[in-house]
Every structure is written in C-alpha cells, then in structure tokens.
Design a protein around this ligand. Sequence first.
Ligand code: SAH
Length: 215
Amino acid sequence: MADGYEILRENMVKRLRDHYGIRDLRVLEVMNRLPRHIFVPEAIKHQAYKDNALPIASNQTISQPYIVARMTELLELAPAARILEIGAGSGYQTAVLASIAGQIFAIERIPNLAADAQDRIQRLGFHNVKLRCADGTNGWDVYAPFDGILVAAGSPEIPQPLLRQLKPGGRLVIPIGPDHKTQNLIRVTRAPNGYQTEDFGPCSFVPLIGEHGWK
Ligand code: SAH
C-alpha cells in the first residue's frame, strides 16, 4: 500500500546495497517494504529513512538501517530459523527478522518500549513473534536452542547463557566492547567442538544492561 515513503525507502535500500555492500536480497527486499517510519517517534517520522540511528523513548535508539541490515545478513537466516532477539527497542529489527525467519523470540528490558514494539508488530500482522519484557542477558531458556541470536546492545563480554542456548551451527551476533559507547561487531558460530569467533569491525550501540551485561 502506498504510504508516501516509497522513494525515501528505495534510496535507503540503494545505499545499503551500493555503499554498504549488503548482498542478502531478502534483507534488501524486506527493508524496501517495511514502514520504518511507524517505528520512530511521530515528531521525527520524516527522518526515519536517514542513514543514522535515531532517538526513541526512554533514552534508547532505533539502530541505523545499515546496522539492522548487516546484523540480519550475518545471521544467514534459513526460512524456518528460530531466532532470539535481545534489545527489541522499537521493534523494527524484530519486524525485519520476522519477515525472513520462521519464529522470533524477542526480549526488551524497558516496559514501555516492549509494549509499543508489541503493538507495532501486531498492527503489521506478524504471527510469528513472541515478545516479552525481561533481562535478555539470561536468554529465553524455555524456547532454546536457537538457530540465531541477535543482540542489539553493547556488552562487556559475551553472556554465557546465550552461548549455551545456541544450536550447533547456530550464530550469535553481538557488539562487544570495553566501555558504554564503543564496541566491535562480533559473530560467534557454535562449531561441533567449540565456538568460532569473527570480528566485523567497530560499531556503537547503547549498553546491554543486565545480569550478564553491564550491571
Ligand atoms: N534494534 C532496536 C535497537 C534498540 S536499542 C531498534 O532498532 O529499535 C537497544 C535496546 O536494548 C534498548 O531498547 C534497550 O532498552 C535494550 N536492552 C538493553 N539491555 C537489555 C537487556 N538486558 N535485555 C533486553 N533488552 C535490553
């Protein structure tokens, strides 16, 4: 349905592909379709497709489109994949994941953000998302193990419960860094005999606050 944002959305996706080198066609297709403007505060709706993170309620941010695309691509999602998302925030990343993977289990620690994200996900008609308000650093034991885990907030180290809740062959994508502002984007793959770690360079997220994150 036309919403007046088609051109801004298309430009955003062109930039993801041509400037940032996003190759996963499903990611590009989904981001060309999802109404990102309904995930940001009304007053800055017109900025929703810009190339940066934006403030949402409770001092948090909606991630830059490039970061959403990159993290999703790094999960290498299969259509039936079960994904744990930590730090649902606005719910935009949740909607991207739900459009590509099988089932999404999303956690957000701030109650009003969790409620708003839940609302948007419902309004968009997704039936494959379970969203709860909790400390995501403990993972979500009852629905584990997961094919992929995406953490959208920066942590001093990899939360151990998340490693345990990863299936063999599963991938965890998470920003890890020494302070509240700077991290590197890390992907951990669970191999048959241990964990393999790759570093995808610097990034900047709000802090992951919880038992296995920042106290
Ligand atoms: N992908 C989201 C990013 C939101 S910012 C978006 O684009 O909208 C990161 C979010 O992580 C914030 O909403 C913050 O409240 C949440 N967060 C921080 N620590 C958390 C924790 N331990 N468990 C769950 N959510 C957490």
